[in-house]
Design a protein around this ligand. Structure first.
Ligand code: ADP
Length: 692
């Protein structure tokens, strides 16, 4: 069976794995993005919270600062509360009380940052102070200046911002309270440390440049950043909150972990499915192979197979069965009773047989013979062997029958019988012929003698009649009668001679059909009879045909008869118990070999002209008195013998130009031998007698 070419599966599996891989990657990416988005939103929220905290702290500061000048202090009395306030509020670097002309009435520097104005005089910051106070006047409330960098002596510097708080009393301006904020300190003091743990917090410019830094995230880490505006009267600051991005491992968080695990589970299931599928495919392949093997086996069978279910319906037929009955499997499968191959006249009988079978009775194991009908109406004998059909659960589901077509077997039996009949008829005819020719040969002499005695007597009568002329009429009448009678005797003797010759001629005239015969065919023709007789006597038959033995030119049936006679005589000479079985001599050997020419003869070194056939037995042998009379017709030592066998054999062999002879065999028994001409040589030349 040629296996159908299937497209390779690996691209499909590759594509599937690729898709699953891509899906897994997208899922992990989306999960990570989701995580980042969530972190970003939280950070944005925190940034807003931080800004809110700073703003409310600044507002609270404004109120506290307002309370500093609430009770009309003198510059001297202002200093102490200012110092206290600076001690409480670390984000404040300096407090100043200025009059409406911006002259400093009182000032106080934070004890925490005494060195801020060491490098540059405070006056340098006046523009920012004015800017804040202008804004404050405009807004009639506290206002902030833009932040600015204030260098320090240690080479570093500080980003600061001025808050200007207009002071008034009874609607009259009493100057300004200037508070200088340190931006880094604002970040440090006004925010919740817990929120900021591990995060970076700074004020930045719109271009990202940092103005004041409270904390930073390590540079090597990827960060998330959120910005929020600290909208103050007179100035707006941009706050930046940074947070290290969470490390993105293969499974950075629960969600991606779950997605990953699910994907892995999916891959595992896919793998298991693929393995299962492969196993299935292998099993299917094995099943298909087994099926193909079974089908090839069924198709090669010459025995018909037929399965029936329990109701007698056909469930399966093999090609041999279809061929037998001349119907197709489609026509047969599903058909019930009466079956399409039942001859109409036998339907009743078969129905009964079917009923017996369906009643559960066991059918003969060795089978039974039946007659089927082909689709063209011809009948043929079959042998049916049936067995119950048992399924995997051990339940009988029907019957399986093997059907053997006996047509050929019957034909061979018929042929065998016909050839046996023919052989026997020929044997009888040959014996009768031989007998007739012998009888005619034996009777010819007495008949001839009778005829000559009759004619002699007539002559004597004539002579006597001449001498006795003139005798009485009565005497004449008597002698006439005698003469007539004797003439009649002579005539009848001649007639008997003619009849006998006629019979002899008739027997001799028997068609002698000569043909070229393979030596082994001569044995095959009589093998059935020989085997049967040998078996009866417990004798082993041995046939030796020398390689290269040519075909012989002979009347096949007659030569078969000769071989049969000689073999039968040989076997009769070895009755059961003689010689003893232990001696190993209970063998009848038939040998055939070409006779090679002797030195000086024309056949020497060339093709053989004769084939010699030997029939050897190991019987009691021939006593001299028997050997002497062996070929004498009707000589026999057997109670039921006719004594014609050997003389017939000799006649037949001699008619073929050959010779029949015998000699003692070793260690005991007799060997009869005869020769027959080789076919090729005989066809070209006239038959000649060959002697041993
Ligand atoms: P039949 O077999 O009818 O007696 P045959 O002419 O074939 O007539 O044989 C004549 C006799 O020769 C037999 O009765 C038998 O005594 C003897 N004879 C023939 N063949 C053998 C043999 N192979 N061994 C011993 N005796 C034989």
């Amino acid at each position: 069976m040629s296996r159908a070419l299937k497209p390779p599966r690996w691209p499909l599996w590759g594509a599937l794995l690729l898709l699953v891989g891509a899906l897994l990657a997208v899922l992990i990416f989306l999960a990570a993005e989701y995580e980042v988005g969530r972190d970003q939103a939280a950070l944005d929220q925190d940034a807003t919270t931080v800004v809110g905290e700073i703003r409310s702290a600044l507002l609270r500061n404004v109120q506290t600062l307002q309370s500093l000048n609430a009770f009309s202090p003198t510059p001297a009395s202002w200093d102490a509360p200012a110092a206290e306030l600076l001690a409480q509020r670390r984000e404040l670097v300096r407090l100043e009380w200025r009059d409406t002309d911006m002259r400093v009435l009182a000032q106080r520097l934070s004890a925490y940052r005494p060195d801020v104005f060491d490098l540059l005089p405070r006056g340098q910051a006046l523009p920012e102070v004015r800017q804040a106070c202008d804004a404050a006047q405009r807004l009639s409330g506290p206002a902030y200046s833009a932040s600015y960098f204030w260098p320090k002596r240690d080479g570093r510097g500080l980003e600061v911002m001025e808050l200007c708080l207009p002071l008034s009393e009874a609607g009259e301006s009493r100057g300004f309270l200037i508070a200088t904020y340190s931006l880094p300190a604002m970040l440090a003091e006004l925010t919740d440390a817990v929120t900021l743990r591990g995060r970076g917090l700074s004020f930045v410019e719109s271009d990202g440049a940092r103005l004041a830094v409270h904390s930073v995230v390590p540079v090597q880490r990827r960060t998330l950043s959120a910005h929020a505006l600290l909208d103050l009267p007179g100035h707006t600051l941009l706050l930046q909150l940074e947070s290290p991005r969470r490390a993105l491992g293969l499974f950075p968080n629960v969600l991606t972990g779950v997605v990953g695990a699910l994907s892995l589970a999916l891959l595992a299931v896919l793998y298991l499915l693929a393995r299962d599928m492969r196993r299935r495919q292998r099993a299917e392949q094995r099943a298909a192979d087994a099926l193909a093997f079974r089908k090839a086996m069924e198709d090669s069978l010459v025995t018909g197979l037929r399965a029936r279910d329990m109701s007698g319906r056909i469930t399966y037929v093999n090609p041999a069965f279809c061929q037998m009955v001349g119907l197709t499997a489609e026509q047969l499968v599903g058909s019930g009773m009466p079956a399409p191959w039942w001859p109409p006249e036998l339907v009743d009988e078969y129905q009964q047989r079917q009923a017996v079978r369906l009643a559960g009775q066991v059918l003969p194991r060795e089978g039974y013979e039946s007659v089927f009908q082909r689709s063209d109406g011809t009948r043929f004998p079959v042998l049916i062997i049936e067995a119950p059909l048992i399924d995997a659960q051990g339940v009988q589901t029907g019957y399986m029958s093997a059907i053997i077509d006996l047509t050929e077997q019957r034909r061979i039996e018929e042929l065998n019988r016909a050839s046996q009949d023919k052989l026997q008829a020929t044997a009888r005819l040959a014996t009768v012929g031989e007998m007739a020719s012998l009888i005619s040969h034996e009777l010819n002499q007495p008949l001839a003698a009778i005829a000559s005695y009759a004619s002699g007597t007539l002559n004597l009568l004539h002579q006597g009649g001449g001498r006795g002329e003139g005798d009485s009429d009565g005497d004449d009448g008597v002698s006439d009668d005698i003469e007539r009678a004797i003439r009649r005797i002579g005539e009848q003797a001649e007639r008997a001679g003619r009849v006998i010759r006629g019979v002899a001629d008739f027997v001799r005239r028997r068609d002698q059909v000569r043909e070229a015969v393979e030596p082994h065919l001569l044995i095959e023709g009589i093998s059935t009879l020989l085997t049967l007789q040998a078996k009866k006597r417990g004798i082993r038959l041995q046939v030796d045909i020398a390689p290269g033995t040519p075909r012989v030119w002979c009347d096949r049936t007659m030569v078969e008869q000769v071989l049969l006679n000689l073999a039968r005589n040989g076997m009769q000479a070895m009755p059961l118990g003689d010689p003893g079985t232990a001696s190993g001599l209970r063998v009848l050997r038939i040998a055939m070999a070409p006779v090679m020419g002797e030195a000086g003869e024309p056949g020497e070194g060339r093709c053989a002209r004769w084939v010699r056939m030997d029939v050897t037995d190991h019987g009691q042998g021939l006593p001299p008195e028997v050997a002497e009379r062996l070929f004498t017709p009707f000589f026999t030592t057997k109670a039921e013998g006719m004594g014609l066998g050997l003389s017939l054999c000799r006649t037949v062999v001699e008619q073929h130009g050959g010779a029949l002879d015998f000699e003692p065999a070793q260690p005991r028994g007799t060997r009869f031998s005869f020769t027959l001409p080789v076919a090729e040589a005989s066809a070209a030349r006239p038959v000649e007698t060959h002697a041993f």
